[in-house]
Design a protein around this ligand. Structure first.
Ligand SMILES: Cc1cc2nc3c(=O)[nH]c(=O)nc-3n(C[C@H](O)[C@H](O)[C@H](O)COP(=O)(O)OP(=O)(O)OC[C@H]3O[C@@H](n4cnc5c(N)ncnc54)[C@H](O)[C@@H]3O)c2cc1C
Length: 423
């Protein structure tokens, strides 16, 4: 298994942890925070620098904002200058439908924090709760016992002996290219059928702007107000169209899509400095993977990916971080089975309703109905989250805590999936 060069500046303080989390962004840092708040010894390792950006247009839907509020992190995000978004407008061709985001008495609206802000605040909260979070350090491999149960991680540094750190459970919060999923051979439970490309950049915006979502036959776009007086402006097209039209240059092709969607949107995008960078994502069909096994679990994009067009990835990551934390704290095989059942229930609905939009097989007559179906899933999700008790701080490790039991099926044999030494 290939490893990345790692920073030699910091090393884990312990040789064994209750939980090791690979990846420390919205899924990983949130899981680390919740477990550390429950007094577990937690190590999170993140390849990228503290406070760095990542590929994401970061519009939060209501479930994500609700989670951040429940965890006491909405105020820090607002204090960091993240603008409150109080309306959302759907543009279906020339028709506009504006919806006020009266998000309940606790939630004053929605937010779309830059990942430099959101991921940093989650990491700060994890550290404050007692988790060790090490950045610019990559996990190169996992190791397992003779029964195939994952026992820990291997950190490798160029020119240095690799370091092994053990844990009762290793959580892969390491995104789309998850090393943990590869090492444990996490089985795909479902593949999505479609993919869309998204090309985005930032332009100045007046305070008080809302979300805007644009749709015309075969193309879509979005306007997402964020930190620093900027809006993220996105052009979205089927991956096939991206391959044809964006090959010769992202800037002109993106502007053509924005102009076709709305001249006002294109004019707003043209306020960006001429040398402003664009980010492009060619698209990837969604997937749902087996979420846990002996000594391991997957959370966030590592276990479930859906097209970004419905802006729900961060909501999924924050919701599943909390339910995984509950399963880890319980420690029984039954708790993990229930966790996966609930994750699969909502993940399948999100994937169905997201692919119904990301497939671009709609017309302006039926796209509104597809949005209403997605919105119904969101409402049920918010109701379920709001009914959960806010995770309580515990004075000490819970008496019931034990590592997740082996499941009924035989444990994954890591050595099948690895090029490194057998555990
Ligand atoms: C173009 C695009 C636009 C999007 N827009 C939105 C949106 O508007 N709203 C929304 O809710 N969602 C959006 N999403 C989805 C959202 O970004 C993801 O769902 C979310 O980032 C998942 O969080 P995560 O923590 O699981 O993974 P990630 O954010 O991908 O974090 C995984 C981390 O793991 C680290 N890592 C990987 N391997 C290792 C290793 N071996 N050792 C150490 N660290 C490792 C990586 O460095 C990475 O930082 C978008 C996605 C894309 C691609």
């Amino acid at each position: 298994m290939a490893s990345n060069p790692i920073s030699l500046m910091a090393v884990p303080k312990r040789s064994h942890y209750d939980a090791i989390i690979v990846g420390a962004r919205c899924a990983g840092a949130a899981t680390a925070m919740l477990l550390a708040r429950a007094s577990l010894k937690v190590l999170a390792i993140e390849r990228k620098p503290y406070g760095s950006d990542t590929l994401s247009t970061h519009a939060l839907m209501r479930p994500a904002v609700l989670q951040l509020w429940r965890w006491g992190l909405l105020d820090p995000l607002l204090r960091a200058g993240t603008p409150l978004i109080e309306t959302t407008t759907f543009h279906y061709g020339d028709e506009e439908i504006t919806i006020p985001l009266a998000a309940g008495s606790e939630l004053p609206g929605l937010i779309a924090p830059r990942r430099t802000v959101l991921d940093r605040i989650l990491v700060d909260a994890a550290r404050k709760a007692g988790a060790e979070v090490l950045h610019e350090m990559a996990v190169g491999d996992l190791f397992a016992d003779t029964h195939g149960r994952v026992r820990g991680i291997e950190i490798r540094a160029a020119g240095r002996a690799s370091v092994r750190v053990s844990a009762d459970i290793v959580v892969g919060a390491d995104g789309i290219g998850s090393l943990v999923a590869k090492c444990v051979d996490a089985q795909p439970l479902r593949h999505g059928a479609v993919s869309a490309a998204h090309v985005y950049g930032y332009a100045p915006v007046e305070p008080g702007a809302g979300y805007h979502w644009y749709f015309r036959d075969g193309i879509a776009g979005s306007f997402i107000p964020t930190n620093d007086g900027l809006a993220c402006i996105v052009a979205s097209v089927p991956t096939g169209l991206f391959d044809q039209r964006f090959r010769l240059g992202h800037a002109r092709a993106r502007m053509d899509v924005l102009e076709a969607l709305s001249p006002a949107l294109a004019a707003q995008a043209s306020l960006a400095p001429k040398d402003a960078r664009l980010q492009a994502f060619r698209g990837l069909p969604g997937y749902i993977r087996q979420a846990y096994g002996p000594g391991w679990a997957l959370v966030g994009d590592a276990g479930f990916f859906r097209d970004p067009i419905t802006s729900h990835g961060i909501s999924d990551a924050l919701r599943d971080a909390e339910s995984l934390a509950r399963a880890i704290l319980d420690g029984s095989g039954a708790a993990f089975a229930v966790w996966q059942q609930l994750r699969d229930l909502i993940a399948n609905q999100i994937l169905d309703t997201t692919d119904a939009v990301a497939g671009f097989d709609w017309t302006l007559d039926d796209i509104g109905e597809r949005h209403r179906r997605f919105s119904a899933v969101l409402k049920a999700e918010v109701q379920a989250l709001a009914g959960q008790p806010i995770p309580a701080r515990r004075a000490s490790k819970p008496a019931t805590y034990r590592a997740p039991a082996n499941q009924d099926k035989p444990p994954a044999d890591l050595s099948r999936n690895r090029t490194g030494a057998r555990p």
